[in-house]
Design a binder for this molecule. Sequence first.
Ligand code: HPA
Ligand code: ZN
Length: 338
Amino acid sequence: MTNLATFAAGLPKAELHLHIEGSLEPEQMFAFARRNAVAIPYADVEAVRAAYAFNNLQDFLDIYYAGADVLRTEADFRELAAAYFARCAADQVVHTEIFFDPQTHTARGIPIGTVIEGLLAGMADAQAEHGISSSLILCFLRHLDEADAFATLEAARPWLDRIAGVGLDSSEQGHPPSKFERVFAAAAELGLKRVAHAGEEGPPAYVTEALDLLKVDRLDHGNRSLEDPLLVARLARSGMTLTVCPLSNLKLCVVPDIDAHPIDRMLRLGLRATINSDDPAYFGGYVNDNYRAVAASGRLTRDDFVTLARNSFLGSFLSDADVARHLAAIDAYAAAHP
Ligand code: HPA
Ligand code: ZN
């Protein structure tokens, strides 16, 4: 590892774009399948990994939703979270805002409470064992309709005081943010933060819709914003956080290779970009694997990595006092590693 990659890996950081179902490693998939007597269409762990070759987002989603079928009990969700938090601890991720997809589970007859209670238990364990803080972001599946999203928000009501915000994920093309304008307005009324995947595969107009119609506090991916200079200027001026996922972009063919990833351009344009893992079990690595991959591509400086780590807290939903505390820890780390 280069000095730069080692420096980046050691920085205290937050993760703002992580689908907990996407942290299901093949080994755990087999363990849960056995425990819950669920059949999976793979002979062994190697066969699972071999299936993780994707040409686009939909290729991935098909396999990702199939994999989630092994998750059945509160204990499964708690252990899934525990495995992810162990990776956070190893990667100096001290705070994480976790996406979960209730509809992936409720459609299979798993009560939303099973999902949420399991995750909350795992989050409490992580706070106690690793000192890692976390919150939950409930994502609506955009390939489903508005009524289904409203029903999901309603089902989550008993837990809304434990949920930081709502998000929007799944198949982007053909499912513009406008489809969910009313449900995001309802979420805002309930005091929830709002984020949305936009501009991963969808056009810059979807990013504009996420801003204007969903009134998002943060933008997930946002890569295709770069095609529209006026949109870039708007995002930079407003200090909008982009949760960028380099290895995900590589695996889903959003970029042709890691050396072509625009993370350096985003920073030069004044965008508040962050680095995240998205679905680490499927895309070849956790947060520090992403930091190391962009470090290896040689276009970022030491100051850029400090900026990326700072942005991860600045873009979080933590209190100002907590953000200040984490920024001070970054300064201390940078000072101790000249
Ligand atoms: N994009 C859209 N939906 C998703 C993703 C993603 O990268 N990961 C999990 N669901
Ligand atoms: Zn994502």
